[in-house]
Ligand binder design. Structure first.
Ligand SMILES: Cc1cc2nc3c(=O)[nH]c(=O)nc-3n(C[C@H](O)[C@H](O)[C@H](O)COP(=O)(O)O)c2cc1C
Length: 362
C-alpha cells in the first residue's frame, strides 16, 4: 500500500496540493485517548505556510476537520479521518510547469511513471501531503505520554550551531523562540539572515534537523529488518526534499577507532546506562534507554525564481523560470513534520513490543 505507513498504528495520507483537500486516515489508534481539534491545530500551525517571513507566503489557515473516530473528545477505536481544505491556490502559477520539468523536482519522474498527473502545485509530490502526517503525529505524541520528542535545526546552508553548544535537551520555548526553530539564538539570527538573502536573490538553501527523544524504555525496535533506526530512516527519507539520515555519531563516527567510539556501560544507581551516547540510543536495532538522537539532511528547495535549463515533455531543450510562492528553505517548516514521523514510528514500535512480549495464559 504505497500511501500507508506503519504496521499496527497505520496512517494513510491522501490529497493533492491544488485539489479540494488533503487528509489522513489513522487506523489502529487505541480507544479512549482524549484529543481535541485545538491540539491538532496547534501542530498544524507549526507546519503551515505563511507563518513567518522566511517561509512561503502562501496563506493557508490549514483548519483541521475531524470526520470520524473521535466522539465526545475521545477516540473510539474506529478509523480516524482528518481533513484540511486547500484554500489559497493559484494554479495559473504552475501553467508553464505543465509541460516543462522543474530541475530536481518530481515532475519528470511522475510524468514518466504515470503518464497523467496533477501538475498544479506539485500535486501529490507537494509537501502539503505532510499535513496528514503532522495531524496523525499529534495522536502518536499523546500516546507516547511522558516520552518527549524534540526536533530543531542545527544547520542552514553553511551556518551551524557550534559543536557542543547544545548540551541541554532543548525546550519547546527555545525551539519556537525564532521562526527558524534553532534553539541557539546567535546561530538562529545568522540563519534567518541567510534565508532572507537567498530569497531576495530568487535562490534557496537546505539544512539539517536534529531530533532527540527522551524517556524511551529499553526494548523498542526489532532486531533485523525493522530495526528502530531503519524504520526511522525510512520515515525520514519518505519526507520530500530529504537527502540524508544519520543516527548517533553517524558518518562522523567513521573518523574514530572502536576504543574511542564505544559507549562504555556502567551501573548508575542500579540501572545499566552508557557513559557516552555515540550509539544514539539504539543498539542492535533496539532502544537501549539512552536519548534517541538522529539527524536528517534537507536539500535546497528545488523551485527557485531563476531561469534554468531543462527539457519539456517532448524532450526538447528549453528554459524554465520558476514561479509561484515557494519556501526559500524548507527546513523550518519541516521541524514539526520530523517530530510527527518520529512519534509515529515510536508508537508503532511500542505496540509491536507489547504484542510480542505480552504474557499469554498457557
Ligand atoms: C516543509 C516542506 C516544504 C517544501 N516546500 C517546497 C516549495 O515551496 N517548493 C519546492 O519546489 N519544493 C518544496 N518542498 C520539497 C518538494 O516537495 C520536493 O523536493 C519534491 O517533492 C521532490 O522530491 P525530492 O526532493 O524528495 O526528490 C518542500 C518540502 C518540505 C518538507
Amino acid at each position: 500500500m504505497p500511501n500507508t505507513f506503519g504496521k499496527l498504528f497505520q496512517i494513510t495520507t491522501w490529497g493533492e496540493s491544488h485539489g479540494p483537500a488533503v487528509g489522513v486516515v489513522i487506523d489502529g489508534c487505541p480507544p479512549r485517548l482524549e484529543i481535541t481539534a485545538a491540539e491538532i491545530q496547534a501542530e498544524l500551525d507549526r507546519r503551515r505556510p505563511g507563518q513567518s517571513d522566511i517561509v512561503t507566503p502562501r496563506k493557508e489557515a490549514d483548519q483541521v476537520e475531524i470526520l470520524s473516530g473521535v466522539f465526545e473528545g475521545r477516540t473510539t477505536g474506529t478509523p480516524i479521518s482528518l481533513m484540511v481544505r486547500n484554500a489559497d491556490q493559484r494554479p495559473g502559477a504552475y501553467d508553464e510547469m505543465k509541460d516543462k520539468f522543474r530541475p530536481s523536482h518530481a515532475d519528470f519522474t511522475y510524468a514518466t511513471k504515470y503518464g497523467h498527473r496533477d501538475h498544479r502545485g506539485g500535486g501529490r509530490s507537494s509537501a502539503r501531503e505532510t499535513v496528514g502526517r503532522v495531524a496523525a503525529g499529534v495522536f502518536a505524541k499523546k500516546l507516547l505520554g511522558g516520552i518527549q520528542v524534540r526536533a530543531f535545526i542545527t544547520r542552514v546552508h553553511d551556518i551551524a550551531v557550534p559543536e557542543g553548544a547544545l548540551t541541554e535537551f532543548p525546550s519547546p520555548e527555545a525551539i519556537e523562540a525564532t521562526p527558524v526553530r534553532c534553539p541557539h539564538p546567535a546561530t538562529a539570527a545568522a540563519m534567518i539572515e541567510r534565508i532572507k538573502a537567498v530569497r531576495s536573490a530568487g535562490d534557496s538553501v537546505g539544512g539539517v534537523i536534529e531530533c532527540r527523544v527522551q524517556g524511551l524504555p529499553v526494548g523498542w525496535g526489532e532486531p533485523v529488518f525493522d530495526r528502530l533506526e531503519a524504520d526511522l530512516a525510512k520515515a525520514m527519507l519518505s519526507l520530500p526534499a530529504t537527502k540524508g539520515f544519520e543516527v548517533g555519531s553517524g558518518f562522523g563516527g567513521t573518523w574514530q577507532k572502536g576504543s574511542e567510539h564505544n559507549d562504555l556501560f556502567e551501573n548508575r544507581d542500579g540501572t545499566v546506562r552508557t557513559q557516552s551516547n555515540r550509539s544514539g540510543g539504539v543498539q542492535g536495532g533496539i532502544s537501549n534507554g539512552e536519548e534517541l538522537v538522529f539527524r536528517v539532511a534537507f536539500k535546497p528547495t528545488a523551485t527557485i525564481l531563476q531561469a534554468q535549463a531543462t527539457v519539456d515533455t517532448a524532450g526538447t531543450a528549453t528554459e524554465l523560470m520558476g514561479r509561484g510562492r515557494h519556501d526559500p528553505c524548507v527546513v523550518p517548516r519541516a521541524v514539526p513534520i520530523v517530530e510527527a514521523m518520529a512519534a509515529l514510528v515510536l508508537v508503532d514500535h511500542a505496540m509491536r513490543h507489547q504484542a510480542q512480549t505480552a504474557t499469554f495464559a498457557s
